[in-house]
Write a protein that binds this ligand. Sequence first.
Ligand SMILES: [Zn+2]
Length: 360
Amino acid sequence: MNLIFDAHLDLAMNAIEWNRDLTRPLEELRQREEGMKDKPDRGHGTISFAEMRRGGIGLCVATQLARVEHNAYSPIFGWRSPAQAWAMTQAQLAWYRAMEEAGEMVQIRDRAGLEDHVTKWRQADAMQAAQLPIGFIMSLEGADSMRTPAHLERSYADGLRAIGPAHYGPGVYANGTDASGGLNARGRDLIKEIDRLGLILDVTHLCDDCFWETLDLFQGPVWASHQNCRALVPHMRQFSDEQIRALVARDAVIGCALDAWMLVPGWVRGQTTPESSGVTLEHFANHIDHICQLAGNARHVGIGSDLDGCFGTEQTAQDLESIADLTKLSGILQARGYTEEDRNGINSATFIRFLLSHWK
Ligand SMILES: [Zn+2]
């Protein structure tokens, strides 16, 4: 298989909060949501395990995700306390374990496990891949649920290997999207604990102040799991060219995302449609290409689609019907002159190389 590594998928959130059984066919998942109005993306999901295998997405970063709500602001749900948020992340962990027991997924925690898994997928043909478990590296999106920085060691023992300190708005430790200001004292302690345990720090969602402070404070490996370019879509959720250059200098990898409002400027949630905006995978390729042009090479960018991360086909590229359509990216990049090595790197090899270089 031509392996694709997706650096950001909220699989457990879909299973538990959206009540999607990802072991079922995508068509069935959509049909079951017909007429439901509790979430904006009902009936528009793009992910099932079968679709992932069909597209060769045999390896991903899968999240635990639970926010704490401090004030009225947030586009997504938040819990009232870190203890409640922690409990949700533990439910998500329990679902990943159930999927491992069912042979649907396998958690990747170290270099040997990664090498073994990648070899299996690369050697498999499509029929064999349909039977393989999907590898996942567990990451925590937003650290609000860490009741204390010391709880991080427990999560590390559960296989947590990456963490983003912030999500939307002001967080328990750091300020995220649409907020401003630096880390608080607990946030600085958390960054030191992330360093001590050797987790990857995910700078996605950090506001600009926290981004620069974190890069100064943190010594270990950094990535941005789902992140696009401010030069193409002006908003602080995207990174400026200066931020992208700083990440390249740190030998970081940036995964580009497929949420339509981050692909094209002027998107209004619930109003703009893929058809009215004309958004396609070419726009996705534009963000990837912009990072490559800034870096001077294709060795710092990959895919962090964020598909089914509170949006589906109503808010993504119109030529993407399921996650399996990520396979179309390679042809788009080939038409723009990207070599086979570059395209393999963007599909998976760059993130894999990054992990192999930082893991024991
Ligand atoms: Zn996110």
